[in-house]
Design a binder for this molecule. Structure first.
Ligand code: COA
Length: 377
């Protein structure tokens, strides 16, 4: 009996439908946000517009877009007293995702709306969070380099501002566009692990900040958002195109996972990986590191040939970020910078038709034990 339950239940809820949702859908290899394909959005939209779409279930008109973007960009600024407090947090040997988890939790203490349950308070929190997660990531990097906080320019896009606040230099239009596309690709993804974690927390009617901190914690793991950083570490470890095939074969023979491959839902390929593959090819070339793309291709072909697994969103995003000069351990925080918008859409959806998540566990432990005093054990 115990084995039957372990086989059926302890498999990461594979195939279990845990809720109804109207935010993003995956059908075979097609991903849509609110009915629009990811290819369409990546080619024609902006991150700001996609955030609006995820939250309000439609694309904004011109006026709505202007107002929404302008508020979002203004909200990217961090208060001086918050920057001072954050500057005092430990950074040595701290993973930026751990720092971000704490920093986002701290944001709530400065937010007068933090516990507001009315729609206006929730809208303001959502804007603040989406605006500020990226600013926190940028601040972490500035602080660890011994540099000071850079204020955003509300006239510029979210993507432009993130890169500017990170480096202190104005990004060129091509880099801004590439980064904006990365943000769009990562914004939401149906009932992934971190969105589910956010929804579970929201289902107790806890506050939005708590739900988002749950999402950050779940995204951090190497089986979820943490995979993109591990992909780049793998490429660096392999070192040359010539060594790639043998490295993959050895890893698979040793039953190791090759990061950036496989997916619970996509069995015929992740559409985001296809878009990122093209971006990786051109950006690695532009950065004078075409061998990184060549190496990725050999890994890709070898994993397909040996294991039949296709790359997921994390595989080619690693070389895209590397080519942009972004430090490896910021890849997952950048994922969070975008995905916070999706978590918020899920939290709103959860609140709108809530029932607390409270599944059962099938008992497989010991039974009927009698307590005995310490001296008898
Ligand atoms: N490399 C090598 N083998 C892999 C693999 C990978 N990246 N992903 C899955 N497999 C293998 C497993 O070892 C297992 O093989 P087995 O049946 O011989 O034991 C089989 O494929 C099923 O894998 P499983 O881990 O049970 O699939 P899952 O649906 O539970 O997990 C992922 C999905 C994404 C967590 C999994 O594919 C993975 O760990 N990938 C690497 C991490 C990653 O890139 N995460 C980002 C996801 S977007």
């Amino acid at each position: 009996m115990a084995e039957i339950y372990e086989g059926a239940v302890d498999k990461g809820l594979e195939g279990v439908v845990a809720c109804t949702t109207g935010i993003s859908s995956i059908v075979d290899a097609t991903l849509c946000f609110r009915g629009y394909t990811i290819e369409d959005l990546a080619a024609h939209s902006t991150f700001e517009e996609v955030v609006y779409l995820l939250w309000y279930d439609r694309l904004p008109n011109e006026q709505e877009f202007k107002e929404f973007s302008s508020t979002l960009h203004k909200e990217m600024a961090l208060r001086d007293d918050l920057v001072t407090q954050l500057s005092s947090l430990p950074r040595e040997s701290v993973h930026p995702m751990s720092w971000l988890r704490t920093a986002v939790s701290m944001l709530a203490l400065w937010d007068p709306d933090a516990n507001g349950q009315d729609q206006q308070s929730r809208d303001r929190i959502a804007l603040r969070l989406t605006a500020k997660v990226g600013s926190l990531v940028a601040l972490f990097e500035r602080l660890r380099q011994g540099k000071s906080y850079v204020s955003p320019n509300p006239e510029k896009s979210f993507a432009w501002n993130f890169l500017y606040m990170l480096t202190g230099a104005e990004p060129d239009a091509e880099v801004e566009k590439v980064f904006d596309t990365c943000l769009i690709l990562h914004a939401d993804h149906e009932l992934n692990c971190s969105a589910f974690a956010s929804r579970v927390t929201a289902s107790s009617l806890s506050d939005i900040y708590s739900a988002i901190v749950s999402g950050i914690g779940a995204l951090k793991g190497p089986l979820h958002g943490g995979a993109n950083e591990q992909v780049m570490r793998t490429l660096i470890e392999i070192g040359t195109v010539e060594k790639a095939q043998e490295w993959v074969k050895n890893a698979l023979a040793n039953k190791e996972k090759v990061m950036g491959f496989g997916h619970r839902v996509y069995k015929n390929g992740d559409p985001r990986a296809k878009i990122l593959q093209g971006m990786s090819a051109s950006l690695t070339k532009k950065a004078g590191k075409p061998e990184l793309y060549e190496m990725s291709k050999v890994i890709h072909e070898t994993v397909v040939a040996e294991k039949g697994l296709l790359p997921n969103v994390d595989f080619y995003s690693a070389t895209v970020y590397y080519s942009m000069g972004i430090p490896l351990d910021l890849y997952t925080p950048i994922f969070a910078t975008s995905r916070v918008s999706g978590w918020l859409a899920h939290v709103f959806e959860q609140y709108s038709k809530n029932r607390i998540y409270r599944p059962r566990g099938h008992w497989i432990g010991k039974e009927g034990l009698k307590w005995s005093p310490l001296s008898n054990r």
